[in-house]
Design a protein around this ligand. Structure first.
Ligand code: NAD
Length: 233
């Protein structure tokens, strides 16, 4: 898929990987980019740089996601590419607090479900569209010592597989982004942990890999082949 002239939504756009995706899509000539984040000031700062539009949205609310999708389509036009990227981390095992399990479930999983629920029918009605959902390498192998994070990221991969297989014939393309450690606020202090397996990637490297995967319509974006070797251990 050629990204030029496309209307794109990125959630978690104020920082980290989402911000890098926004800049990479803008460099590809995207027509309009909606920068969505619960950090409204951060989203505005990113949107200003690329002449995009900022939306202050908490993706743990279906109502806010639905309203944002409707407003983007009313103001910018039909969404070609929806990147459901916002995500959060919490440590712990089965004993982690129910509040953490629920928060990660809502943001790391249900936000993808709600985005699909409200954008996929619109895309199908006009012949198709593209979803890029951010999961994690922890969604393929739960290797980083957090049950809630890995479990929710596995669910995010499972949802992307289901969407791709169910709606492929409707013209819906799905990629699921599964990077290993990336240098963002989320991984502050992780240098001695999982990052030592393969080192840290920069958000810009992830964004460049996403642009290539979207252009090639690759299903699974896994910029870090090292994780595959690790999984075989
Ligand atoms: P980050 O903390 O730098 O950015 C996350 C962004 O999401 C922030 O702008 C934050 O404000 C926003 N956000 C969080 N909760 C939100 C909510 N409820 N509503 C709206 N916005 C919300 O982290 P990042 O590393 O850029 O993470 C982006 C995605 O990449 C996440 O899904 C994360 O799980 C995933 N990921 C990160 C790494 C890594 O090593 N950094 C590796 C694999 C996957």
């Amino acid at each position: 898929m050629d990204l030029a002239d496309k209307i794109i939504v990125v959630t978690g756009a104020a920082h980290g990987i989402g911000r890098a995706l926004v800049y990479a899509f803008a460099a590809q000539g995207a027509k309009a980019i909606a920068c969505v984040d619960r950090d409204g000031d951060g989203a505005k700062a990113v949107a200003r740089e690329i002449n995009g539009l900022a939306f202050t949205v908490d993706v743990s609310s279906e109502d806010e996601i639905a309203a944002m999708i409707a407003e983007v389509e009313d103001t910018l036009g039909p969404i070609d590419l929806f990147c459901s990227n916002a995500g959060v981390f919490a440590g712990g095992g089965a004993e982690a607090a129910d509040e953490d399990w629920q928060r990660l479930w809502d943001i790391n999983v249900m936000a993808h479900v709600w985005a699909a629920r409200h954008v996929v029918p619109r895309m199908i009605a006009r012949g198709g569209g593209y979803l890029l959902n951010t999961a994690s390498a922890a969604g393929l192998l739960n290797q980083i010592g957090s049950a809630p994070y890995g479990v929710t990221k596995h669910a995010a991969v499972g949802l992307a597989e289901w969407l791709a297989m169910t709606h492929g014939d409707d013209g819906i393309k799905v990629s699921v982004l599964c990077p290993q450690a990336v240098r963002t606020a989320m991984t502050d202090g992780f240098e001695d942990g999982v990052a030592s397996i393969d080192g840290m990637l920069e958000p810009e490297e992830i964004a460049a890999a996403c642009v290539e995967a979207i252009r090639a319509e690759t299903f699974l974006v896994l910029p870090h082949p090292g994780v595959l070797d690790y999984m075989r251990h």
